[in-house]
Design a protein around this ligand. Structure first.
Ligand SMILES: [Zn+2]
Length: 187
């Protein structure tokens, strides 16, 4: 069932502190349409009414109910072969977005899985829904990207996979942060 995939990933994102109570959003592609979390929904306790189905190319009466990041999700589905997207606010990754222009994981898992994660919009303030084209373009080359001072967008075939990239990025960034604190050079 569709809702159970959203619930499992939403709950885990919250449990791991990768989103705050009302932040983050998830979607999956359904042909010419997408199913996305409702604007302002709580990922920790998603129900059927928290999911909104609307067009990827066309607006309908449900469009205004969708997450404020709808434009970014639409652009990613138009530009890449992805079928699922996770947007989160992982704290260590966001912290490093202020100091790094790209994240190169130095742990084995992060390095094998992600190899390199670009930080987009460096030095600028990007509001929700903005920078859609740039994010989608980078996701043709990377599994996950970071938006400066904001959060991550991961694109994959399955929601769980996009969640895995998000969780791996945060773990790598936590480690990079610890190594920086200890003043251990990673490259
Ligand atoms: Zn956000």
């Amino acid at each position: 069932m569709l809702i159970s995939q959203f619930q499992a990933v939403g709950r885990d994102l919250c449990a791991r502190g990768l989103v705050s109570s009302h932040s983050g959003n998830l979607s999956i592609k359904l042909g010419e349409r997408l199913c996305i979390t409702h604007r302002g929904s709580m990922l920790s306790c998603l129900e059927e009414h928290d999911l909104v189905e609307t067009g990827i190319n066309k607006n309908d009466r449900f469009t205004p109910l969708a997450s404020t990041e709808l434009a970014v999700h639409r652009a990613i589905y138009k530009r890449t072969p992805a079928s699922a997207i996770v947007h989160a606010h992982p704290a260590y990754a966001i912290a490093l977005s202020f100091t790094e222009q790209e994240i190169i994981p130095c742990d084995v898992e992060g390095n094998l899985l992600l190899s390199k994660v670009p930080v987009l919009g460096w030095g600028t303030t990007i509001k929700p829904g903005e920078f859609a084209k740039e994010i989608a373009d980078e996701l043709t080359r990377h599994k996950i990207v970071l938006v400066y001072g904001h959060g991550s967008f991961a694109a994959a075939q399955l929601l769980e996979e996009a969640y895995q990239y998000t969780s791996a990025l945060e773990e790598s960034c936590r480690l990079l942060y610890l190594l920086k604190t200890l003043q251990i050079k990673t490259r």
